[in-house]
Design a protein around this ligand. Structure first.
Ligand code: HMG
Ligand code: MG
Length: 304
């Protein structure tokens, strides 16, 4: 098994998109800086979605411009990879204008969630990806893909594995470099993760698969460990366990970055992140969003 994993930090997008308190661009840039100082190398910085649908992500272009200015000034390393969520061609045009070099497209595995989240069917969402992928090719933009509701849908219940596997194949064919398998409402258990990832590995190379676990039912660490045992080494996490999905009722945040780092470091598996620095971001973020964060390690720290 590989002795290192990659953490993709979701706090600025998946995290903040579901917070009642909307943070301004400067605070979001400072959040990115703090995460990068703690060793984060891949950051999903925002989303080019409709501000009517997700007001928290308005100003993403501003956040990107200000962050890239810091990169130019040498205050943030050029090696940090920033990506932004894009649902359609309009979002892609905005992403190109903002100058991001990586975007992420997203599709659901259940029709009702697709409709609630992006106002179209799954088929229609894939049609919308075509011009996005064409522009990405033209401008040499890396594209990551998400599949949501891979284990369960808040409106339809259980989602059949075969459907997820088919959609993963379809997304892979589009030419994304990585597919993040989303447990949007944190409903999966380790047995289901093992079963689904075994099937996914047969159609998509495991090095192209990532795990995106929300921690709604406290199963995310077990699920990550199970996916890791099957060869998955990229995991999406949010500082403090921030957020959730605004169109998935009851969904809580991604698994907390600190909790995942604590587990992997304890097992002798490198993440490249500094746990003390991550923990120190918790009280700062708590003050900004005006409530406590759910992270466990973030709350009590490490044993000295
Ligand atoms: P729509 O209302 O169907 O869009 O929304 P439309 O094409 O009918 O256009 C309506 C208006 O929106 C037009 O403006 C468009 O220009 C504008 P008007 O002519 O009325 O002035 N518009 C846009 N504005 C800004 N950015 C855009 C854009 N597109 C159209 N990209 C749309 C469709 C997809 C835009 C909307 O449903 C939307 O923004 N949804 C996003 C929802 C979202 O962000 N959800 C959370 C992220 S997904 C997630 O969290 C899951 C994940 O974490 C994985 C997991 O956990 O499983 C990734
Ligand atoms: Mg999510």
């Amino acid at each position: 098994m590989k002795k290192s994993v990659v953490i993709v930090e979701m706090g600025l997008r998946d995290g903040l998109q579901n917070e009642v308190k909307v943070l301004d661009a400067d605070t979001r840039v400072e959040f990115a800086q703090r995460l990068i100082e703690a060793g984060v190398k891949r950051v999903e910085i925002g989303a080019f979605v409709s501000p009517q649908w997700v007001p928290q992500m308005a100003g993403t272009a501003d956040v990107i411009q200000k962050t890239f200015a810091l990169v130019k000034m040498g205050k943030i390393s050029k090696k940090i990879e920033f990506s932004a969520l894009v649902p359609n061609e309009r979002g892609m045009q905005d992403a190109l204008k903002a100058g991001v070099k990586e975007i992420a497209i997203f599709a659901a595995c259940s029709e009702s969630f697709s409709l609630k989240n992006i106002n179209c069917s799954i088929d229609e969402s894939f049609k919308r990806f075509e011009p996005v992928m064409a522009l990405a090719k033209k401008y040499k933009i890396k594209v990551r893909g998400y599949l949501s509701t891979c284990f369960g849908c808040p409106f339809e219940g259980r989602v059949p594995e075969a459907k997820v596997v088919k959609l993963a194949q379809r997304m892979h064919k589009l030419g994304v470099y990585e597919i993040s398998i989303g447990d949007t409402i944190g409903v999966a258990n380790a047995g289901q993760v093992e079963s689904l990832f075994r099937k996914l590995k047969k159609v998509v190379p495991v090095k192209k698969l990532a795990g995106h676990f929300h921690d709604t039912r406290g199963q995310a660490l077990a699920n990550i460990l199970e996916a890791y045992k099957l060869g998955v080494t990229v995991f999406d996490t949010s500082l403090g366990g921030l957020g959730g999905c605004p169109y998935a009722p009851g969904a809580t945040g991604n698994v907390a970055t600190e909790d995942v780092v604590y587990m992997f470091h304890g097992m002798g598996i490198k993440t490249g992140l500094n746990l003390d620095k991550l923990i120190s971001i918790n009280p700062w973020m708590s003050e900004k969003i005006e409530h406590k964060l759910p992270s466990k390690v973030g709350k009590v720290g490490m044993l000295r």
